[in-house]
Design a protein around this ligand. Structure first.
Ligand code: ADP
Ligand code: MG
Length: 245
């Protein structure tokens, strides 16, 4: 579903992603862990075209998103990107719109859906994230956990094949982390391919098929949660995990 080959990314003279290579299968859930500044957010942002890639090759659902020396048209890229969604740490909801409008507005204005059609989709998605009763509330009337669940519902619109999560619970009070992680876990049943950046190690162990450990712009280690967490061959991974405890 996603293939990344020899991806390099710099900001000015600083190389922040160096020779990143991995493949993610359809329906697979992979997580990225590693110290702050190791390039996790930049990697997700490169995959969804929020950052320009310097070199390498990225393919999503068998269509190229970026490839050295090949000019991929805007339209073609947009087509691929329309199958991808991202959820950020900060929920990025529109404060002056209701929960329902937060979900329908992009569908109507960006994707040209009819109002009724968009509304039906929003109602369905609010059910998926357990917020049917909040359709007419404003973001300020919601808890952090509820806001993030709205953001997830919005990312689910248009049935994306691929969802990216960048520290989806880092801005939440501890008592709200669980409800958001439960919603993300439940998406596994929808057969969505997920790439997750998180520091919630218990969650990562439960939800991930594979885990990648990043440091200084490289993937240093990868494997099943068991192999990576239980008998990490890399001393650095063990060190990092110990720091979190
Ligand atoms: P992580 O998400 O793992 O904490 P980031 O991807 O945010 O790491 O950052 C990786 C490196 O890239 C850091 O050194 C960071 O300072 C740098 N960086 C990130 N975004 C920018 C930017 N827009 N301009 C310049 N440097 C950036
Ligand atoms: Mg980050």
């Amino acid at each position: 579903m996603i293939s990344v080959k020899k991806l390099y990314k710099s900001f000015g003279d600083t190389e922040v992603l160096k020779d990143i290579n991995f493949d993610v299968k359809r329906g697979e859930v992979v997580s990225f862990i590693g110290p702050s500044g190791s390039g996790k957010s930049t990697l997700l942002r490169c995959l969804i075209d929020l950052e320009e890639i310097n070199s390498g090759k990225v393919t999503a659902d068998s269509s190229p998103l970026f490839q050295d020396d090949i000019n991929i048209t805007r339209e073609k890229r947009r087509e691929v990107l329309s199958q991808m969604g991202i959820v950020f740490q900060s929920f990025n909801l529109f404060p002056h719109m209701t929960v329902l409008e937060n979900i329908t507005m992009p569908l109507i204005t960006v994707d040209g859906w009819k109002r009724e059609e968009a509304k039906r989709e929003a109602v369905r998605l609010l059910e998926v994230v357990g917020l049917s009763d909040k359709a007419d509330s404003y973001p300020r009337e919601l808890s952090g956990g509820q806001k993030q669940r709205v953001a997830i519902a919005r990312a689910l619109a248009k049935n994306p094949k691929i969802l990216l999560f960048d520290e989806p619970t880092s801005a939440l009070d501890p008592e709200m982390v669980k409800e958001v992680l439960n919603v993300i876990s439940s998406l596994k049943d929808l057969d969505i391919t997920m790439l997750i950046v998180s520091h919630e190690m218990e969650f990562i162990k439960q939800v991930s098929d594979r885990v990648f450990f990043m440091e200084e712009g490289r993937i240093l280690a990868s494997g099943s949660p068991n192999s990576l967490f239980k008998d990490a061959e890399s001393e650095r991974v063990t060190q990092f995990l110990n720091c979190l405890n």
